[in-house]
Design a protein around this ligand. Structure first.
Ligand SMILES: *Cc1c(COP(=O)(O)O)cnc(C)c1O
Length: 388
């Protein structure tokens, strides 16, 4: 093993079939808006037992369309986790809605059910209940969806799952994506995520109405469906713009890659779970917080918690050793843009203290045992050097 080889925190794994799938599209008549997107959508719907899948150019777009389909707009509140990528919250702002956050659980790093319940009680008294909760399945482990669905029923809000990390995960005996307890579930197909279409996202739902709305908004709000027209067609060329949509389309090149990668989801997840268990066994003796060893998680990320006063030095030393550690996530509410909206350090203290100790170790399906052993060896040595 070359000691200086750089190990990223995540990366895609493409085999010859994946590449062939893309080449076949390049040689076909359609680079976009051909047969590959519907085929991919059908494969996704079947794989995750959802009635409908709408493929788009990113998970960010899928979140935006999901909230628009649920009629989120000015005057509405959307709640999400501060421990997420900024896209989970930004989607609400695109709709003109107001955003608020619910703090995380210190053990799972997911939305805290206790914090959610308390905040809902207070919001009800103030007449400020959320219209939608965006539940983020951080690192690949599902939020407590059974509880969230109970609260959604009681307080009358809708649920969107931001499952960007959690394609391949399970929740209470069902696949994430099956929408058992949510209105819409969103996956990301960015290369650092679990399967990839280069860029891409998917929204899954059981609702034909929501799926139709999202599919229409994905392509300018335009429809050619003769059943759906508002005015009589004056010829076979006729199409109608019925809403203000976007160009959020996925290309056929991306869909073909995504469908080929979907065939490899199970071995990818099995390998990620194996690597997570190996990290757990190798690191459990050290004075660091480890993620719960959850075999229903898709294990997008393996985040350790180190003493805050040593985090920067350990992070820098790992990078120096060509180990591509990252930090997930800077709490969204502390971003300058969100501070301008009135949020501040101190608002969600569990997410903040989690962040100050977090380091994401390399974890991806093609990470080899010897690469992982190198990460562990360097980390152990650093703990000795720092007297931790
Ligand atoms: C990556 C990510 C997104 C955005 O995904 P894109 O496909 O890059 O738009 C949204 N939410 C979370 C939690 C993510 O990790």
């Amino acid at each position: 093993m070359n000691q200086s080889e750089f190990i990223p925190y995540g990366r895609q794994d493409l085999n010859s079939e994946d590449k062939q799938a893309v080449l076949s599209v390049l040689e076909s008549d359609w680079l976009t808006q051909g047969p590959e997107v519907p085929k991919f959508e059908q494969a996704l719907a079947e794989t995750f037992s959802a009635k409908h899948a709408v493929a788009v150019n990113s998970a960010t777009s899928a979140l935006h369309l999901a909230l628009l389909a649920l009629e989120v707009g000015e005057g509405d509140w959307v709640w999400t986790s501060p421990n997420s990528f900024v896209a989970s919250a930004n989607a609400a702002l695109y709709c003109g809605a107001q955003i608020d956050f619910v703090d995380i659980d210190p053990h799972t790093y997911l939305l805290s059910m206790e914090a959610l319940e308390n905040k809902l009680q207070q919001a009800e008294q103030m007449g400020r209940l959320p219209k939608v909760l965006v539940a983020v399945h951080f690192a690949g482990a599902s939020c407590d969806m059974v509880k969230i669905a109970q609260l959604a029923q009681h307080y009358g809000f809708k649920v969107v799952e931001d499952a960007a990390h959690a394609i391949g995960a399970e929740q209470a005996g069902h696949k994430v994506g099956s929408c058992q307890w949510s209105d819409i579930c969103v996956f990301s197909l960015h290369p650092v995520k679990i399967i990839t279409s280069a860029e891409g996202g998917v929204a899954l739902t059981h609702s034909a109405e929501l799926a139709t709305k999202m599919a229409c908004l994905r392509s300018h709000g335009v429809t050619r469906d003769s059943q759906a027209l508002l005015q009589p067609a004056d010829g076979p060329w006729y199409y109608e713009q019925q809403d203000l949509g976007f160009n959020y389309r996925m290309t056929d090149l991306q869909a073909a890659l995504g469908r080929s990668q979907l065939n490899r989801l199970n071995p990818f997840i099995a390998r990620r779970r194996q690597l997570a268990e190996q990290y757990h066994q190798a690191l459990k003796g050290l004075a660091m917080g480890l993620p719960q060893l959850d075999f229903t998680s898709a294990w997008h990320l393996y985040v350790i918690q180190v003493p805050a006063e040593h985090r920067l030095a350990i992070f820098q030393a790992l990078r120096q050793a060509q180990i591509g550690v990252q930090v997930h996530y800077l709490p969204v509410h502390t971003q300058p843009y969100y501070q301008k909206l009135g949020f501040n350090w101190g608002d969600f203290p569990v997410a903040e203290s989690y962040y100050q100790r977090a380091i994401t170790l390399p974890l991806f399906a093609s990470l080899t045992d010897s690469q992982q052993a190198r990460v562990v060896r360097v980390l152990r040595q650093l703990f000795v050097e720092h007297g931790i």
